[in-house]
Design a protein around this ligand. Structure first.
Ligand code: FAD
Length: 275
């Protein structure tokens, strides 16, 4: 389908993008366009103006910042998949990025767009939840930092204010063991359910893809692991507290089953046992 009419402007800086958003409450940022443009074609989104941030210099980077890795919001999935700093310090994020769509999608889509879009079926937000990441956003009042845990507030809804731009993702290092499991109907599909698990000094953290309106943690399974229960017993609790949707891809009960199976596999992998 053809999108509704819109204006287009290319922002040369974050400050300019913030100003353009502040001046027009129906304007939307455009990064890789791989989530927003499909919505516009279906007329599920009809922004008055697209503010293209795709060419802002200095918003695509990966930096080793000691206790965390700083990633610019415009960094493409393909870079995240392959970057040696991310692979060494936040391997779970690289593993999740490698499972996003197909190579064409990974060469266009950005980490900032994936987070800001707020789709619970996206792979990276669940991995970032498991890694206890935080997000730097810039708005008319300056910068603020939002934890991944409090960023997603509902289906396609985030804690971003209308005139704010997500600029940097901060991923703590120190979760050397990880597992990313994704169940999908066909190669390159979105997850029916996904599981992102990381193990570090603070214990095991498990993010769930597509198990509710937002990315979620499998908190009861995590607590069971912390209490020393076997992986199989912890995995049985993986779907507690979730509200997966019913759609053409799966029933809610099948999604709960998948979460239990995938968390079980991920915990075995973290423990170094073949599964
Ligand atoms: P855009 O589409 O440009 O923007 C998305 C939303 O975020 C818009 O509302 C925009 O205004 C906002 N936004 C963008 N950047 C910022 C920013 N810096 N600050 C504030 N707001 C911002 N994803 C998966 O996780 N797993 C998959 O398996 C998968 N498969 C896909 C298959 C296909 C065929 C396609 C087309 C997409 C798929 N995706 C998948 C989505 C893909 O990862 C998207 O690229 C990503 O979700 C959005 O990134 P983007 O840069 O394209 O964002």
């Amino acid at each position: 389908m053809i999108p509704a009419t819109f204006d287009y402007v290319r922002a040369e800086s974050v400050a300019e993008a913030v100003g353009l958003l502040a001046a027009d409450e129906d304007a939307k940022l455009l990064a890789g366009g791989h989530s927003l443009v499909p919505l516009m074609k279906l007329r599920l989104a009809a922004p008055s103006q697209l503010v293209d941030i795709g060419k802002i210099a200095g918003l695509s980077y990966v930096r080793d910042a000691g206790d965390h890795i700083a990633i610019g919001a415009l960094t493409r999935h393909r870079i995240i998949e392959a970057d040696p700093v991310i692979r060494a310090g936040a391997g779970l994020l690289a593993a999740a990025a490698a499972e996003v769509g197909d190579p064409q999608v990974r060469h266009r889509g950005t980490i900032g767009g994936s987070i800001a879009h707020g789709d619970p079926a996206s792979d990276l937000p669940a991995a970032l939840l498991a890694l206890d990441a935080s997000y730097v956003v810039t708005g008319p009042a300056g910068d603020r930092t939002i934890s991944a845990a409090s960023f997603h507030i509902g289906f396609l809804q985030t804690a971003l204010h209308p005139a704010e731009v997500l600029t940097e993702i901060r991923v703590p290092t120190g979760a050397p063991r990880f597992a990313f499991r994704k169940f999908r109907a066909r190669a390159a599909d979105w997850a029916v359910v996904g599981v992102a698990a990381a193990s570090g000094p603070a214990g095991v953290r498990i993010g769930l893809v597509n198990m509710g309106a937002t990315p979620l943690r499998a908190l009861q399974a995590e607590a069971a692991v912390a209490a020393g229960l076997p992986a199989a017993d912890a995995a049985r609790l993986a779907a507690e507290g979730t509200e997966p949707r019913e759609d053409l891809g799966a029933t809610a009960s099948f999604r709960r089953h998948l979460a239990r199976v995938l968390v079980g596999q991920a915990l075995e992998e973290l423990a170094g046992r073949p599964c």
